[in-house]
Each structure stands twice: as C-alpha cells, then as structure tokens.
Write a protein that binds this ligand. Structure first.
Ligand code: ADP
Length: 288
C-alpha cells in the first residue's frame, strides 16, 4: 500500500479530527454517545437492550461477539440507518451536543464492496460527493486523494470486474473516505478476504487512520483482528444483544508485524478470546 505521494498529502485530516487527535495519538473528546439504546424489530426480536457506548475522537473501537448479538444493528443505529426503539443517540460537535449528526460525519464500509459494476473506479468513489451535488470536475482532487490513500490511483479508470477482492474493498474504503468523515463505520469489511490480503488491509487501515485521525468503529468476529487494530474492544453477547465486557488495548501505535508476534499481543488475544467464549456461553449455544 502506498501512502506517499503529493495527492495523498492533499487529503488533509478533517478539521475536527485534526484538532482533537494527532495521528495515532491520544484519545479526544466524545463524538457520539449511545445511552440505554434498545432495538426491537417488528418480528419481536430484541436485537439490543440497554446499550451504553461512547465513542471518542481518535478511538478504534471494535464490536466483537457471536452472530446475532446486535453488532450490525448497533452500527446501523450509529449510521442513522436504523432508529433505536429506546434510548438516545447523542452527537457532539465542538463540545456541544447535537441531536443529529451532520450528513458528512459518517463513512460506512459494508462487508461486500457494493460497487456499481457498470461504472469505473472514479465514478464509484465520486458517488457520495455526486449525491451531494458535487460535479465530476470539482470532485476530482478529493477522489484522487482518496484513491491515493488506498494505493489505487493508477486504477482510476478500471472497472470493478478488473479488480481483485482486496482492491474492490480498497475502492469501497476510498468511497467512504472521500467525504472526509469524522467517523468510519465498518461492518466486517475484511471477512471475505484471504488471510494475507486481510492482514495487509489491516495494516493499511491503521496507516490511513493515523494519517487522517479518523475515528473507527469496526464490527468483527475475529479475536486476532480486533486485538491488532483496536484501542478498545467491546465484547457483546446475544439474546438480547448487550455489552458483556470492554477491553482496553494498551499497546503502542503504530503497530506492525512485530506487534503480531509479541508477548503483549498474545496476552491480549488470550484475554479477548476468554471474553468472547464467555459471551458465547451466555447464549447457551454457539453462534460462531
Ligand atoms: P450481528 O451483527 O451481531 O450478527 P445483527 O445486528 O445483524 O447481529 O442481528 C441481531 C439480531 O437481530 C439477530 O437475531 C437478527 O436476526 C435480528 N435482526 C437483524 N435485523 C433484523 C431485521 N431487519 N428484522 C428482524 N430481525 C432482525
């Protein structure tokens, strides 16, 4: 992954992110707070109950838990794609409360790249800006900067069918970053990729986060991935979906291959694994 180059330098950190959290640095002020959030679907399923979760500027928070524990529902509520049945979602901007986020506050990356197959890479990354009325010409620098961040500026004219799975996911990440969101929400983005591609994308994601100061909330099933990436792991249990345990990952940033083979990494993986097994046990059976 290439992070160098003049175009990448032009994609500056969003002003709020830059002010609150130097690259890979200290955790800043709260930006969104879920308080007592519950979600009951029309079919009677209680996906979430009493969820209290505050996300602070500069954090990398992983939601880890067995299938059905409400990870995606929590992410969708954060994104405004679903409304909570109970509780509140409070956004904070410049220290002040806001009942809703600004539309550009969020970038969302789905498990599938969800690219438009008929459109080249440029048009796929331009899409969020185009929906805001930004012309192709006006969007060009931002699109090229986002593609440069994920190392794909040379593929600007390629079609999705010409790209590998990892490259498609990079385009999806560039599309999420093109609006310079304060918070990047990622729903198991690397689950379908092979192990080597997944590790490379993990490293690239940490580099991008350090460079832009973006806050990340990341849904995963993987103990190893959550330990490698996170500053905090929120372990959730099902029936109803709730937080069982929170693990602070007090390992220095930046992280690299040495961290993956360190005693500290192994110790945190062990702790996280134990918490995940406890979460599975509370449901009485395995959903993995
Ligand atoms: P996870 O992401 O942890 O696998 P989800 O948030 O997708 O869990 O789902 C939590 C629970 O809510 C599951 O039991 C799931 O079947 C249910 N669920 C999710 N979305 C809907 C929906 N739109 N309608 C009804 N039930 C849903």
């Amino acid at each position: 992954m290439t992070l160098g180059g003049g175009q990448a330098a032009a994609l500056a950190p969003s002003p709020s992110a830059a002010a609150d959290a130097p690259a890979g640095g200290p955790i800043g002020a709260p930006i969104v707070r879920l308080a007592g959030v519950g979600k009951r679907f029309a079919n009677g399923v209680t996906a979430l109950s009493g969820l209290d979760l505050t996300i602070c500027q500069g954090e990398f928070v992983s939601l880890l838990g067995p299938s059905g524990c409400g990870k995606s529902t929590a992410l969708r509520i954060l994104a405004g794609l679903a409304a909570p049945s109970t509780g509140t979602v409070e956004w904070t901007r410049d220290g002040n409360s806001a009942t809703s986020r600004a539309s550009h506050d969020i970038g969302f990356v789905f498990q599938e790249p969800t690219l438009m197959p008929w459109a080249p890479v440029f048009a796929n990354v331009w899409l969020p800006l185009r929906l805001k009325g930004v012309s192709r010409a006006a969007a060009r620098d931002a699109v090229m900067d986002a593609l440069s961040l994920v190392g794909l500026e040379r593929f600007v004219d390629a079609y999705p069918r010409e790209l590998s799975g990892g490259m498609k996911m990079r385009v999806s990440i560039a599309r999420a970053l093109v609006t310079q969101p304060r918070i990047l929400l990622m729903d198991e983005p690397f689950a379908a990729l092979d192990e080597i591609t997944r590790q490379r994308l993990n490293d690239d994601l940490l580099s991008i986060k350090a460079r832009l100061g973006t806050t990340v909330v990341f849904v995963t099933h993987s103990v190893f991935e959550s330990t490698y990436l996170s500053t905090r792991i929120v372990v959730m249990a099902a029936r109803p979906g709730r937080i069982l345990e929170t693990i602070d990952v007090d390992a220095p940033l930046p992280r690299d291959q040495r961290f993956r083979t360190s005693v500290l990494y192994n110790a945190i993986c062990e702790e996280t694994s134990r918490a995940l097994l406890a979460a599975i046990a509370t449901a009485g059976d395995s959903h993995l």
